[in-house]
Design a protein around this ligand. Sequence first.
Ligand code: PRX
Length: 652
Amino acid sequence: MNKNNSTIKPPSISGDTFQINSFEEYKKLYEYSIKDPISYWAEQSKKLHWFHPWEQVLDNSFSEADVAWFSGGRLNVSNNCIDRHLNSKGDQVAIIWEADNTKDSKSYTYRELKHEVCRIANALKTAGVRKGDRVCLYMPMIPELAFTMLACTRIGAIHSIVFAGFSADSLRDRILDCNASVVVTANEGQRGGKALALKSIVDKALQGISSVHTVFVAKRTEKEVTMKAGRDIWLHEAMARERRSCPSEWMASEDPLFILYTSGSTGKPKGLMHTHAGYLLYALQTFEQIFNYQPGDIHFCAADLGWITGHSYVIYGPLASGATTIMFESTPLYPDAGRYWQVIEKYKANIFYTAPTAIRAIAKEGNEWVEKYDLSSLKSLGSVGEPINPEAWYWLYEQVGKSKCSVMDTWWQTETGGIMISPLPGITEMKPGSATLPFFGIEPCIVDENGQEIKDTQNNNGISGYLCLKNPWPGMARTIYGDHERYVESYFTQYPNLYFTGDGCYRDADGYYWITGRVDDVINVSGHRLGTAEIESSLASNPLVAEAAVVGIPDEIKGMSIFAYIIPSKEGVAMKSEEELSGILKQQVRQDIGSFAIPSNFQIVSGLPKTRSGKIMRRILKKIAVGEYDDLGNITTLADSSVVEELINLRK
Ligand code: PRX
């Protein structure tokens, strides 16, 4: 593919573009934000409401991952997302909840939101939750999830949302890791017409854990569930007993706001911790500028609140801006492939933000679904979570945006808190498949294996390497909860003085960034980030398995899918057919992690290609999995090269 070939002029937009009216103005402001980040962010900080002004913009020791923004300041996230809008927007809808069955949908004004949030904040207090305590949320996409997040921030409790697709074991690990004292869940979830037994998963996760004293249970369906006396409380009953006002804690800028677990290339998931002031400002600022939010706009980000996209662009960014945000409980294919478009038409949504995997799944169903609906309200489109292939990009641009909306291919991570590289609507020329250019205050660079920055070459036809970031930004995670050393080691030691993203990247002659995917042992399946180590340890924990290795291979819809190589144990060889064995192993992964981590392919083998020091050569496994047998590269370092032959024969 000639990556520089297609450049698309940004369609023009209406409304105030935050004083950036041309690409030249973007460039000027960008240069200023890099040269003088202190002045730039000091100015931006006025967008938040402070109880007490900050004293210092940035206290920076980047190489040690010790960074503080807006020290001395006091503020509250829930106050910024609700109370400060009440005078001007009390009766404006804050959250539209689009239910699985569209007939059950509801909406909440900013004033109503305040009442719901305060009742839950008071209920948490009554249960003994205090500033700094951890509250684990294992909930479906219901309004109570948004209310509870904001309630935590109101009283200074730290929320840790666990995506409701995770298994009881994963939930348990996350509860234990942050030592949560309260869990909030629902009797059941409802998604794509199916019920999810959330309360019983929580019960299983909590077996033998004594640190959790209270479980609040929201009532999403009529399903009866067992309530453990002395521990479990119906959320609606607790809320009914509480007052609808609750003062906002004065939080210090750097106080922890939330923990969100994500997978790394090694070990157990990392609990990334974000803070009050920097995170909120970055979420607000990126939301407003990257989607060109205008007062009155209806914003539809289809992400689940269990992931960072939901945190930043369903709740915190939009509500801090006083927007109307849609929370979507269902799936893009339920009841049919027209669901997103039906939602956009119904609410006249102006901004639509989703993942390439969803776009590909819908596009496959044919254009008639999108043609059925009136999408003329749309102004900005966004994509996130994985590289978007040009085909999906054009489909979004032409079929959904009718070539009238910029497509923001936004690159960022759980760790970055907000969008880092993206076009600006109406300003940046787009190239399908490229996340284009960095946001204000963000200075990416590309380094080689030795950590040397690769500058543009003399003839400048682009460079490739590892994507790093040179300077701190307000939205960056500050640590891994309870393990700062791991944080430093994971991101700040490979390349001194740089934050290492884990992504490979190409920068073309125009300075545009093209993310090429993970360069570590992380696999991105349907935009869900999974560590090979987690999946392998789940597979290997089964007595039928002696050893397992997994790799990611390209998948037309999911972006990547998981391919597992299994060496069965004696028991495994003796007892089961290959089909039975893979059935049991699927169940194992479902139980240990969740259905979304189940490998799509299993290959039973008698050995794995390893170096003499015992390291599995995944590069070879990947090539064999996709049938590239002739291009295996150097295999002379293998301890036993006959393994490769066996693997090839099995695949042929
Ligand atoms: O590999 C990159 C990919 O998703 C990773 C981050 O995953 P997570 O922390 O789960 O956050 C996803 C939502 C922000 C990145 O390291 N990624 C994310 N956005 C893009 C992307 N890859 C290419 N293009 C993108 N726009």
